[in-house]
Design a protein around this ligand. Structure first.
Ligand SMILES: NC(=O)C1=CN([C@@H]2O[C@H](COP(=O)(O)OP(=O)(O)OC[C@H]3O[C@@H](n4cnc5c(N)ncnc54)[C@H](OP(=O)(O)O)[C@@H]3O)[C@@H](O)[C@H]2O)[C@@H](O)CC1
Ligand SMILES: Nc1ncnc2c1ncn2[C@@H]1O[C@H](COP(=O)(O)OP(=O)(O)O)[C@@H](O)[C@H]1O
Length: 273
């Protein structure tokens, strides 16, 4: 932990791109989303919901048709089907062992574009094929699988585990937990623990993926100019996620749609201070 700098709300506020009068939906950035599966359609719904609530020019959902229908039922603002995007969010709500051939093809096509990419749960195996600036978002069990280690080893020193993963895999790693650790290949080390423990509930990570995807899509030019920006955006996503959870919780339980609904006011508060 000593190597890590705490990423503060003011740091996160500085990493929200506020649209300007000259912006349109494309200049703000389009996030392509390949998430969800027949088994876990909710993960796709939650990620898209969180991305749109964080602010992005457009979300293009490119997953299975049945999941796309669920996404559109909740969020008609999302556009289903392929098209040009500035960043990708891939892998929430799918099991890599049972990925369909069609999903594998969509992922391969996305990764070929070498754009800034967020890889979540069901897509960690693809990190070697992701040649754009890439951030992985594992929880402890997932990082243990990626590193062929054990949960106990990760939990004993999560900051060191995240740093080791970033250094050996050559990507940015956001290790999720009560404190989340972001480690980047260039020695970047940031930590955040803004979330209440009420956030330990299913779907929380799917929402984090959406928040981060939106931040990445709206900063794609900055990331391409300086890949270290990706780590700062990952830490900013943790801060926003935690503060929105705190607002949704108010000291009690929360659902992930409540968290998503709290994101806009969380951002406007951050920007006002
Ligand atoms: N709304 C949605 O669509 C959501 C979809 N989601 C999707 O779900 C998938 C799995 O995600 P995850 O994080 O649970 O995966 P993972 O690390 O493999 O954990 C498995 C480990 O947990 C353990 N375990 C299971 N039950 C347990 C219990 N009652 N009490 C204690 N332990 C228990 C189990 O142990 P076992 O039962 O095998 O002994 C195993 O070790 C993933 O594709 C994700 O995207 C989620 O994002 C949620 C919202
Ligand atoms: N005890 C806790 N306190 C605060 N935040 C937590 C706690 N446990 C988990 N979280 C946060 O909740 C999210 C859980 O992500 P993940 O395990 O991927 O959930 P899911 O797969 O259900 O979407 C992460 O952002 C993590 O930082």
């Amino acid at each position: 932990m000593s190597d890590y700098t705490i990423w503060e709300p003011a740091d996160a506020a500085a990493h929200v791109r506020v649209p300007e009068p000259g912006d349109d939906k494309y200049s703000r950035g389009v996030l392509g989303v390949i998430t969800g599966s027949a088994q876990y359609p909710g993960a796709a719904v939650l990620g898209v919901e969180a991305a749109l609530r964080t602010g992005v020019g457009m979300v293009r959902y490119v997953g299975p048709k049945s999941v796309g229908r669920a996404v559109l039922a909740r969020r008609p603002e999302a556009v289903a089907g392929a098209g040009r995007v500035q960043a990708w969010l891939i892998g929430s709500g799918m099991d890599h062992a049972s990925r369909s051939a069609a999903t594998g093809d969509r992922m391969a096509e996305a990764l070929r574009q070498e754009l800034p990419t967020v890889l979540d749960g069901g897509a960690f195996d693809l990190y070697t094929r992701s040649h754009g600036p890439t951030v992985l978002t594992p929880h402890y069990r997932e990082l243990a699988r990626v590193l062929d280690s054990s949960v106990e080893e990760i939990a004993a020193d999560p900051g060191a585990a995240a740093a080791h993963a970033a250094d050996t895999l050559g990507v940015t790693v956001l290790l999720k937990g009560h404190t989340s650790y972001v480690a980047g290949p260039g020695g970047l080390r940031l930590a955040s623990s803004t979330a209440p423990s009420w956030l330990a509930t299913a779907g929380a990570g799917d929402a984090l993926g959406g928040i981060l995807g939106a931040l990445v899509a709206t900063h794609y030019e900055d990331i391409l100019a300086d890949p270290a920006v990706l780590g700062r955006l990952a830490a900013s996503a943790c801060v926003l996620h935690g503060l929105a959870a705190e607002r949704a919780s108010g000291g009690g339980p929360l659902t992930i749609l409540d968290l998503a609904a709290a994101i806009p006011a969380t951002i406007s508060d951050l920007l006002a201070h």
